[in-house]
Design a protein around this ligand. Structure first.
Ligand code: ZN
Ligand code: CU
Length: 561
């Protein structure tokens, strides 16, 4: 009786249980079941940081049904032998929120293996907008993308995603800058008691609507006009809910250490977790601060603060050209800023500040022009400021002024200001998560224009290909953890960012030997190599490296604690 078939089956199961023992969950699937999708024979990474193990994965509906030996045949079968299979990547810091409505296919995002965007970063979110700002955004989206924006807050944004699903999931924080603009306006002043109460109410409302944190952008107007006390007051709304206060801190170069201290202080006093956005030390004379800032963060963590940071795998950052000037110059909005640049009295100080900022980066050629609106200046896109000025027969600072004037203050720039050494340290640090700080682009139309930072196309494949395979910076399972399990934990998402039975079937399969980014600073609109299959909520969205056309993304709302 104990011989024959029984024995053999027991043997197979025992062997299987042994080989997949390091996965978070193992469930085998008998032959009489009929899953929708079976992925066969990949090296499966569960997102916890554990090494990969060969297993089959079965999917039914939008959930993972089994991980382990799957005897049943799926309606769809995919052979993934030799490939890595992981939870879909969570981009913990992106600006791919509202733009998902302009291009729901979001090719440059999902083709990287991203299945969840965490938008609303750097203090800016899709609402809550005041009437004027809403009108301006509504008109722009209608004119440029032919898309009707018919909501003014995050709740409306999530409903719009449900009506018009994108290719991948989207969660969102609420932006302090957006709230401050709505309540206080563009002025460089503290908030009154009433305004503070109103801002707190808007944070609370956003959390009720599903926001997964509060972000600030303290190098941008009007976020920069907030005191530390204001940030503490607003962050208190997160208390007990587990969501982070995520901050693009007040300064990322000469005042970096003080700026990090401020973010940690907000977390400590308000009693909430902290996420420092795109951690970096900008400018050669500040590179020594890379290890120093990590020490400060480590000691805060040792004292009990839950603190993490995110970073993209490039040595250049991306922002607006207006950021060469101090935030105080931008008080009162764009018109006031442009008027100050024309005012000879104010200009001397502003010019000195901008020249110092450029000198700190290296030279005028450390700044690349990434986006420009008018046809007349379009030829400057992709050029370095020094080269552009020479080609235009102008002085570089004069060119900056002219561009800001002619483009209504809106010119994109890329600044080559970080060291390789610090980039590697930050990416591989145990508290580091991978965040692209990127956005949605498109193969044609207005979202295809400009020479954007390549991070929007290449972040995740670049970490896996360049930093893991070529540089050996960290084990593959650690890199995957930083893209899946760690960010999911940070947001309290229990059934995403993990590959185990009953979790959402958000999955990515890639070839660890070939995965690579192909987007460069000169030619950024390039999809990566080696990302073979992406599944979003159980739906095959990328197959053999190409979009299937299915749009199965959903809003991922935070659960109020
Ligand atoms: Zn930022
Ligand atoms: Cu950002």
């Amino acid at each position: 009786m104990r011989m024959g078939n029984m024995d053999r089956r027991e043997f197979i199961h025992a062997g299987a249980a042994f080989s997949v023992a390091s996965l978070s969950g193992v469930r085998t699937l008998p032959w009489w079941e009929s899953p929708d999708l079976v992925l066969r024979g990949a090296t499966v990474f569960d997102g916890s940081g554990a090494p990969g193990v060969e297993a089959d994965v079965a999917v039914r509906g939008d959930r993972i049904e089994a991980v382990g030996p799957v005897l049943a045949r799926g309606a769809v079968e995919v052979d993934l032998r030799g490939k890595a299979l992981a939870p879909g990547f969570i981009d913990i810091h992106t600006h791919a929120d509202l733009p998902l409505l302009a291009n729901p296919r979001a090719e440059n995002r999902v083709l990287q293996g991203i299945t969840l965007e965490v938008g609303g970063q750097c203090g800016g979110s899709p609402g809550p907008w005041g009437k004027e700002e809403y009108q301006a955004i509504r008109e722009r989206y209608l004119a440029v993308y032919g898309v009707e924006v018919d909501f003014r807050d995050l709740g409306g944004f999530f409903r719009a995603l449900e009506r018009n699903p994108p290719s991948l999931n989207a969660a969102c924080m609420v932006g302090h800058g957006t709230i401050r603009r709505t309540v206080v306006g563009h002025d460089d002043r503290g908030a009154t008691t009433q305004e503070l109460a109103r801002m707190r109410l808007l944070v609370r409302e956003a959390l009720l609507q599903g926001a997964v944190g509060l972000s600030s952008g303290l190098e941008y107007a009007p976020g920069s006009f907030a005191s530390t006390g204001e940030l503490v007051e607003l962050a208190r709304e997160l208390e007990g809910r587990g969501y982070p206060y995520a901050s693009h801190i007040r300064n990322e170069d000469d005042e970096l250490l003080g700026a990090v201290e401020e973010a940690l202080h907000v977390g400590r006093v308000a009693g909430v977790p902290v996420q420092i956005s795109h951690l970096k030390a900008q400018g050669e004379r500040n590179w020594w601060k890379g290890p120093a800032v990590l020490e400060v963060i480590d000691s805060a963590a040792e004292e009990g603060l839950e603190v993490h940071f995110d970073r993209y795998p490039y040595v250049a950052y991306s922002t607006g050209l207006a950021n060469l000037f101090p935030a105080s110059a931008r008080a009162g909005g764009t018109d006031a800023f442009l008027a100050r640049l024309e005012d000879p009295g104010a200009r001397t100080t502003l010019e000195a500040y901008a020249r110092e900022k450029v000198a700190q980066l290296g030279s005028w050629n450390s700044v690349q022009i990434s986006s420009i609106g008018t046809q007349a200046n379009a030829w400057l896109k992709g050029l370095r400021l020094g080269d552009a000025a020479a080609a235009a027969g102008e002085e570089p600072f004069g060119l900056v002024l002219r561009l800001l004037r002619e483009e209504g203050g809106s010119v994109g720039m890329i600044g080559f200001g970080m060291s390789e050494e610090n980039t590697a340290l930050i990416l591989s640090h145990p508290r580091g998560m991978i965040g692209s700080d990127g956005s949605v682009y498109a193969p044609s139309g207005p979202l295809s224009e400009g020479v954007p930072h390549p991070r929007s196309y290449g972040t995740f494949p670049r970490v896996l290909g360049h930093y893991v395979r070529e540089e050996g910076l960290m084990p593959l399972e650690t890199a995957i953890f930083k893209m899946t399990g760690l960010p999911a934990r940070k947001l309290g998402l229990l059934d995403r960012g993990t590959l185990r039975p009953d979790a959402f079937a958000d999955l990515v399969a890639f070839d660890p030997d070939t995965v690579a980014d192909r987007a460069t600073f000169d030619d950024p609109h390039q999809y990566p190599a080696g990302i073979e299959l992406v599944v979003v909520n159980g739906v095959v969205t990328v197959r053999e490296g190409a979009l299937t056309g299915d749009l199965a993304g959903r809003p991922v709302r935070g659960v109020m604690g």
